[in-house]
Design a binder for this molecule. Structure first.
Ligand code: SF4
Length: 454
């Protein structure tokens, strides 16, 4: 899987993560009535669906954070939030076909475990009251070891949680102080032990490289700690320094942020760790053990990209609830109001809080299919594009195929007579490959919109 430092440097340019196509940058104001009609029609027959719930509260701000959060210590805020979530659930439940089936649930944040065990039980009960949840549904929750207790675990499992993702980031105290997130190893180990004892099927660990005070020596300690924790999956994220979007990140600028070269080296160290410890590269920053379901999904073609990164079970309609969350249903992406007050006011007024989004045209759909195929299966078959979209891919993507030739020269991929084959080292450059097919890439390169690919 090795990719040389020079190659990584060459392709380290700003680019989207393609959790959607078109990306959220293209979202515009939408007409709720038209979207409502579309959803009503789409649900005239039963569908399998996925639910995402955004739980935005955090007790304190981590200074690297790129998420949409509400910082508070008052647990009562979550009670009011749950009141509104229930109204939103009722709205969607009335839109869905009575025989819909929920196959996948994800709690993201913010910090889902900011909620008390009692509030989590209330949330679980609400879901089961308003939706038809399949008994075998995949139910994942993002966990913060600082706010996770046995009671939280029991409250989550009582309503079906069977997957977990732990926010780990870095084990070193100096780094943790610099990012304003103190989380001793014993705390993370305790969280992992509880999940293992409870028989949670798949546990992911989030690690971040490029944080202030990180050095190769310190990062090696983090990788050693990862080995001890022994997760099923690892997401190794590059710290995305985007202070023009997240002003709090400016606080990190007077700390010792690694240089671009040092950051690259941390990335290489992480890749070597994965290689030596039996993790397969799923794509971009995701790695999984051979038996993990993400790896199984990659092999059987059901891997997908959604707003949480890589996931199993492609083809589900995704309904996202809570402030700022983004849904993906058929040919539509639509996002809720981003601010708490705007979101709750909209729910009061009309039951939904849709504000922005995009309705895909035929060309968007073709390009979305191509980009998602490249991100999730590492190959593109022209024959399949003909069968599905009736396009001659060689003609349709003449310019794009030409622009891929330098990547072929760098042995990242091979252009064959019937498609594109991405090599093992090409899995680090999926964003660069996908960007070639993105019709909306900003022409003004001087204006940063996306973080760098590494
Ligand atoms: S806990 Fe997570 S969501 Fe909350 S501030 Fe920290 S990184 Fe952001």
């Amino acid at each position: 899987m090795s990719a040389s430092v020079s190659l990584i440097k060459k392709y380290n340019v700003p680019g989207p993560r393609y959790t959607s196509y078109p990306t959220a940058v293209q979202f515009d104001l939408i007409e709720p009535a038209a979207l409502g009609n579309y959803l009503e029609k789409r649900n005239s027959s039963p569908r399998d669906i996925s639910l995402y719930l955004h739980l935005p509260f955090c007790a304190s701000l981590c200074w690297y954070c790129g998420c949409t959060t509400v910082i508070t210590k008052k647990k009562g805020h979550a009670d009011i939030y749950l009141d509104y979530l229930e109204k939103e659930m009722k709205y969607y439940a009335s839109l869905l076909h009575p025989d819909h089936s929920v196959k996948q649930i994800h709690y993201g944040g913010g910090t889902p475990t900011f909620l008390t065990p009692k509030q989590l039980r209330r949330l679980g009960k609400m879901l089961h009251t308003h939706f038809n949840i399949d008994l075998k549904a995949e139910f994942g929750v993002e966990l913060d070891p600082r706010t996770f207790t046995q009671e939280h675990l029991e409250a989550l499992m009582a309503y079906g949680m069977n997957r977990a993702s732990i926010g780990f980031q870095d084990v070193n105290e100096e780094v943790q102080k610099a990012i304003h997130r103190i989380q001793p190893m014993e705390m993370v180990q305790d969280c992992m032990n509880k999940l293992r004892e409870a028989g949670i099927a798949s546990v992911n660990l989030d690690v971040i490289y490029g944080l202030p005070m990180q050095t190769r020596e310190r990062f090696a300690k983090t990788l050693e700690a990862v080995k001890i924790l022994d997760p099923d999956r690892i997401a190794i994220y590059s710290y995305a320094h985007v202070p023009w979007i997240k002003p709090a990140q400016k606080l990190l600028e007077d700390k010792e942020l690694p240089t671009a070269d040092e950051k690259m080296q941390l990335f290489i160290d992480a890749i070597n760790y994965m290689q030596e410890n039996g993790f397969d590269h799923i794509g971009m920053d995701h790695f999984a053990k051979p038996n993990d379901e993400l790896n199984v999904a990659l092999r059987d073609g059901s891997l997908q990209r959604n707003f949480q990164g890589y996931s199993t079970m492609s083809g589900l309609d995704l309904y996202a609830l809570g402030m700022s969350s983004i849904s993906s249903v058929g040919g539509y992406y639509f996002q809720n109001e981003k601010e708490l007050d705007d979101w709750s006011a909209a729910i009061d007024q009309r039951g939904n809080a849709w504000i922005k989004g995009v309705r895909l045209n035929r060309e968007d759909k073709i390009r979305r299919a191509v980009i998602m195929q490249l991100m999730c299966s590492r190959n593109l078959n022209f024959r399949e594009l003909w069968d599905t979209w009736h396009i001659n891919a060689k003609e349709h993507f003449r310019d794009e195929l030409e622009r891929l030739k330098p990547l072929e020269d760098d042995n990242i991929l091979t252009l064959t007579s019937d498609g594109i084959k991405i090599h093992a080292k090409g899995r680090f450059f999926l964003r660069n490959i996908a960007m070639v097919f993105d019709q909306y890439m900003p022409k003004d390169k001087a204006k940063p919109v996306f973080s760098k690919t590494v």
